[in-house]
Design a protein around this ligand. Structure first.
Ligand SMILES: Cc1cc2nc3c(=O)[nH]c(=O)nc-3n(C[C@H](O)[C@H](O)[C@H](O)COP(=O)(O)OP(=O)(O)OC[C@H]3O[C@@H](n4cnc5c(N)ncnc54)[C@H](O)[C@@H]3O)c2cc1C
Length: 103
């Protein structure tokens, strides 16, 4: 059976974190290509992973119990930051891009 992948080989899943072609298979974390409400993929980072786990666990229980009212994965990131060298960093906080040294 064919499963849709993104260009880096990650499995494309629906908003319930299921394989579209195989709705009883859930995929999450770095293995899952999930689109947000703006149709952009969530980044493969821990802040998304720990939230996906909560939604997937509930949906898995629903699936086992034959309940089709699944939760949608929808998370608004407050931001992310990358440290560069010893003193600098770049960040996006609440949609605002920041760069440099903040004392
Ligand atoms: C260098 C680095 C820095 C990062 N920094 C950040 C950060 O600052 N903030 C942030 O939010 N995210 C960060 N991330 C991303 C974050 O670590 C991942 O998004 C997250 O760990 C993905 O979780 P996961 O469960 O998908 O995979 P993993 O956490 O990689 O867990 C997969 C597990 O499966 C195990 N495994 C693999 N193959 C098998 C097998 N065949 N049999 C049994 N077990 C197996 C592995 O040993 C591992 O324990 C970073 C990632 C990297 C690589």
């Amino acid at each position: 059976m064919y499963y849709e992948h993104d260009k880096s080989g990650i499995l494309v899943v629906d908003k319930y974190l299921r394989l579209p072609q195989h709705s009883d298979v859930f995929v999450l974390c770095d293995c899952a290509y999930v689109l947000d409400w703006q149709n952009k993929p969530y980044s493969p980072t821990a802040q998304h992973v720990i939230r996906e786990v909560k939604i997937m666990s509930k949906n898995l229980i629903f699936a086992i119990n034959g309940n089709n009212q699944f939760f949608i994965f929808n998370y608004y990131s407050k931001g992310s930051m990358v440290k560069i060298g010893k003193r600098d960093s770049v960040a996006k906080m609440l949609g605002v891009n920041l760069i440099g040294f903040i004392s």
